[in-house]
Design a protein around this ligand. Structure first.
Ligand code: ZN
Length: 495
């Protein structure tokens, strides 16, 4: 059994009330588990010791909403709103070959690992063929990350010229592939489990209930859906809809839930369902205020976690989303005082609350609190080691380590990332990945360094760009607005 001993670090340990204490300690990892947290553990034979003097050991981050395939689309959406992103981003999986999906997915997983994410929920709306989903899973396994790969019956583009969406998103192969994958799951020694991502509510109650029942019968534990209540998407409440169908329970993880109602918050809490907030896309794309720090929605903060959403739009760093969620909530709260000519006496929300959204609350959102999200004996060894004396971290790391992580760190300060007891980033660099059997034939390589992955991503991006630059986005956007019943009169630059 491979063992690791982390010597003399400052570990961020959660207590029973979710308070995070900084504890100077050693941590012994045996196999994939945390075996001991004690001062001065003497090294058993054949153990690899890592000197953690002046370093912070944090639980790995949990990212609960991410479209991991989108790496080749990075840089395209910086100044876009939701409807433009829908056609230039979301629907571009139609132009990805299964090999493009492999490289995009691997790039997304490796960016996440490099930024300290050890578990992610992948809303994989890339399912244009069985092999697209299979290679995405294979890339995820290869990367070494822990993932709930949420297989997605995707609302597919049928044609770009003229633009149309498939009339039959649930063709027989779609659910047959779900079944096939469920019988093979879990993948990667148990690290990659199968979930369901579902957004096809327009198919009606009977179809929705039958897909959910099938998924649950196949052992799927997490079902994730987009819930954006606004005029760019739909004003209907996905929470009330699921509740009405009798499907709102603890397996449900809704992304965004922006503009959720007080009744939504009550129903979510009562059902034990969870929410993934993605501040970068929510704030940029006018989805509404992130709900994770909204005290006017009782119970919502407790049910919330954080996601990246699109690393094609923003950095794949959970810390980045912690920081944005916290400071945006503070800014919005402070503004209420400023508008009345007053000033608050107390700062709104804490770095600890932001840290919890990206760690223990992410674990709860996927029903894995017993395995991940905090550092405790018996949990799996998903850990990050931050350099505490880097230009960004020095003095902050020694005075208040949680503040150092949330407000001062960047992925460059993450020296080591451990997932399932295996080192995936060392000395600040991603380690080589072993290509999973399923993809080996397609890719023709058994081992990849990051520079190989980057080279393939650039080739893939170029080939995709040739296809993408021929598309009529304006026409596609018109059809999407018509098919999604979007009220054009509500889209305006006048306010
Ligand atoms: Zn999304």
């Amino acid at each position: 059994m491979a063992s690791l001993l982390l010597k003399g670090g400052t570990a961020l340990i959660h207590d029973a009330d979710d308070h995070v204490k900084a504890l100077k300690t050693d941590i012994l990892i045996e196999g994939n588990k945390i075996a001991k947290i004690e001062p001065e553990i003497s090294a058993p034979p054949n153990v690899e010791a890592i000197d953690c003097t002046d370093k912070i050991i944090s639980p790995g981050f949990v990212d609960t909403h991410h479209h991991v395939w989108q790496t080749q689309l990075k840089g395209r959406h910086a100044d876009q709103l939701l409807l433009d992103y829908m056609v230039t981003g979301n629907m571009q999986s139609s132009n990805f070959t299964p090999a493009d999906i492999f490289w995009g997915e691997l790039g997304g997983c490796l960016e996440a690992l490099s930024a300290g994410t050890t578990t992610l929920v992948d809303h994989a709306h890339l399912n244009y063929s069985p092999s697209a989903s299979k290679l995405a899973i294979s890339a995820t396994v290869s990367s070494g990350i822990r993932s709930i790969f949420c297989y997605c019956p995707t609302n597919r583009v049928a044609s770009w010229e003229p633009f149309s969406l498939s009339q039959q998103p649930l063709e027989p192969w779609v659910l047959a592939t779900l079944e096939e994958l469920a019988h093979q799951a879990p993948f990667g020694e148990g690290r990659v489990t199968l979930g369901l991502a579902f957004d096809l509510y327009f198919l009606g109650e009977e179809a929705v209930a039958s897909v959910f029942a099938k998924a649950k019968a196949l052992g799927v534990g997490t079902i994730t859906s987009h819930y954006l209540r606004n005029v760019q998407f739909s004003l209907a409440s996905t929470v009330e809809l699921l509740h009405g169908f009798g499907l709102l329970d603890e397996s449900i993880l809704l992304s965004h839930a922006t503009n959720a109602t007080v009744e939504d918050a009550r129903l979510l809490k009562e059902a034990g369902a969870h929410v993934s907030c993605t501040p970068s896309t929510e704030l940029q794309m006018a989805l509404g205020q992130p709900v994770c720090f909204r005290d006017d929605l009782p119970g919502m903060q407790e049910q919330s976690s954080l996601g990246i959403d699109c690393h094609s739009n923003n950095a794949g760093s959970v810390v980045g989303e912690m920081r944005l969620a916290l400071q945006a909530a503070r800014g919005m709260q402070n503004e209420k005082f400023v508008e009345k000519g007053k000033a608050p006496k107390t700062v709104n929300k804490t770095v600890e609350e932001a840290f919890n959204l990206g760690t223990i609350q992410g674990a709860r959102a996927v029903g894995m609190e017993g395995q991940i999200g905090s550092i405790a004996v018996g949990k799996v060894a998903d850990l990050i080691i931050f350099e505490g004396t880097s230009p960004a971290m020095v003095c902050a790391a020694q005075h208040e380590p949680v503040a150092a992580v949330v407000l001062h760190s960047s992925p460059a300060d993450i020296e080591t990332v451990i997932v399932d007891g295996k080192i995936r980033k060392a000395g600040g660099q991603l380690v080589k990945v072993e290509v999973d059997e399923v993809a080996r034939k397609e890719i023709g390589k058994a081992v990849l360094e990051w520079k190989d992955v980057a080279r393939e991503l650039l080739k893939s991006r170029e080939a995709l760009q040739e296809k993408i630059e021929k598309l009529d986005f304006a026409e596609a956007k018109k059809v999407v607005m018509r098919d999604f019943h979007i009220d054009e009169s509500k889209l305006t630059d006048e306010i």
